[in-house]
Design a protein around this ligand. Structure first.
Ligand code: NOJ
Length: 516
């Protein structure tokens, strides 16, 4: 059932590993990032026996399994939070989370000014068992996601148990959610972000009291030691949303994690100079700590790159999940978005380091932009009163088979988010074996990336091209990415793969090619 049935298709794409988004027991208030039991599977997805079968099936295909660990917060339904609600102020049960007295005469103001990433403020007041208003708890995300207190050794020990539980099941590692958020600055001081803050360079900005604090590193050193005690290769991959890149690289120092998603690369819009700079800065920062750069263009939190790259670069926001929806103007052009996305992926898969793909990008899938408000699931939409669309548009079930209900995603057409009619034409079965399809492009890129050892290759920019053309070489493969709006003549060489037709020796606008 489900993913286990699709592993042959994934293996034939040429992937090495699958990162599964959270499948733990959860009330699903934030797509599973609100965990109520870290050692069980939500019945929505199956059970622990199904999981063991999935792991053995992955083994057969040589696919590694990466589990999404959510340590910054649990669900309000977690037994530890439920116990904290029933226990008195100052009790060990309350000490697992971040409870504080409110400000103001009756404690009816939040303890500080921190905002929730999803909109609104980051504190919710509880009602005591006797019905009186009580303390406030911190939630950097939705109110259904209370933050743990990571200064508490008990919390750390519970998570060592969680990591051990999954490692003992034979998994290959973890993607670590909000890996920049576990340590909060002592005293939980207010955080002022005025114009001066935003105008300063990231490295000159005042320290954020809840994201990117140094206290996180000792936690990951402990986890790394645990992973090292298991035979074979294991990975910790950080979702560390910190700037600048030299700071992010601290998450992947030799005794900490192994990978960290390069978000500044992901959020770079269609601006060639910026793309070139972020590639340079990433390679330099990660090289300095001996870690690979980890490239990514799409994930479950960001507008799919087949849509994002066609947006006007001046509408860019890097730190807010505004999304794209019916009110977005100008409307991104679907055909141009696809050309750009194919070009961008052709460049990305030539870069040294590791690369993560997001399900559906291998089909060239655009964002679902017309989801009716009533169907939206992302807490961001509700918490911002509909001002931010949130992330639903990239989470719509992907099309496998054009003529099946739900385009083959599941047994019924009734999917958790509605699929737009245009998703039919992106169906995998229509692309399989079809010359020039996005699926076949990704397959070729992944095969050649492996054949030529590009992941561990040596990167160099090639001189002599205008600024809108990114030209580079890696292990003897020359890569040209034409970000201008006019075609260019390709240099001499054998074309190994290209994101558009180059049979006449011309590289069209928005396209990329690999030459030998
Ligand atoms: C980052 C995850 O990728 C996102 O989907 C989630 O909503 C937040 N962390 C909170 O867990």
């Amino acid at each position: 059932v489900g993913i286990t049935d699709k592993l042959d298709s994934l293996a034939s794409l040429g992937i090495d590993a699958i990162w599964f988004s959270p499948f733990f027991k959860s009330p699903q208030k934030d797509a599973g990032y609100d965990v109520s039991d870290y050692k069980d599977i939500d019945p929505l997805f199956g059970n622990l026996v199904d999981f063991d079968n999935l792991v053995s099936a992955c083994r057969k295909f040589g696919i590694k399994v990466i589990v999404d660990l959510v340590p910054n917060h649990s669900s309000v339904q977690h037994e530890l939070f439920q116990a904290a609600l029933k226990a008195p102020e100052g009790s060990p049960e309350r000490g697992m989370y971040i409870f504080r007295d409110g400000k103001g005469k009756n404690g009816d103001l939040p303890p500080n000014n921190w905002p929730s990433v999803f909109g609104g403020n980051a504190w919710t007041r509880i009602t005591n068992p006797d019905g009186t208003p009580g303390q406030w708890y911190l939630h950097l995300f939705d109110s259904s996601q209370p933050d743990f207190d990571w200064t508490n050794r008990w919390v750390r020990d519970r998570f060592i148990e969680v990591l051990t539980f999954w490692l003992d099941k034979g998994i290959d590692g973890f993607r670590v959610d909000v890996a920049h958020g576990l340590a909060k600055k002592a005293g939980l001081p207010d955080f002022i972000r005025d114009d001066a803050y935003w105008q300063a360079k990231p490295e000159d900005r005042a320290e954020n009291p809840y994201f990117g604090n140094d206290g996180v590193h000792e936690i990951y050193r402990e986890w790394r030691a645990l992973l090292n005690s298991y035979a074979g290769d294991r990975v910790l991959c950080a979702e560390a949303f910190v700037e600048p890149l030299t700071k992010m690289a601290q998450w992947v120092r030799p005794d900490e994690m192994m990978q960290a998603f390069i978000f500044p690369y992901l959020v770079t819009r269609w601006v060639p100079e910026k793309l070139r700079t972020v590639i340079d800065d990433s390679l330099e920062a990660f090289h300095a700590v001996g870690a690979p750069s980890t490239w990514v263009l799409s994930n479950h939190d960001q507008v799919r790159h087949a849509t994002r790259l066609a947006l006007d670069p001046s509408t860019m926001t890097a730190d807010r999940i505004t999304g794209v929806g019916p009110r977005t103007e100008p409307k991104p052009d679907r055909a141009e978005g696809l050309r750009r996305a194919r070009g961008a992926s052709t460049l990305m898969l030539a870069l040294p380091g590791s690369a993560y793909l997001y399900q559906g990008e291998e089909l060239g899938l655009p964002e679902a932009v017309d989801i009716p408000d009533a169907d939206r699931q992302d807490p961001t939409f509700r918490r911002t009163n509909g001002e931010a669309y949130g992330r639903d548009g990239c989470r719509v079930p992907i099309p496998w088979e054009a003529d099946k209900p739900a385009y083959g995603f599941g047994p019924s057409a009734d999917t958790w988010l509605p699929q737009p009619a245009e998703y039919r034409e992106y169906s995998r079965d229509l692309q399989e074996g079809t010359d020039g399809s996005t699926l076949e492009l990704y397959r070729s890129l992944l095969r050649l990336r492996r054949d030529f050892g590009l992941g561990t290759g040596t990167f160099e920019w090639l001189a002599g091209f205008p600024v809108e053309v990114l030209a580079m070489s890696n292990n003897g493969i020359r890569v040209y990415f034409n970000m201008s709006d006019a075609p260019i003549t390709l240099p001499e060489g054998e074309v190994l793969v290209a994101s558009a037709d180059v049979s006449n020796g011309v590289l069209p606008a928005s396209a990329a090619a690999w030459l030998r």
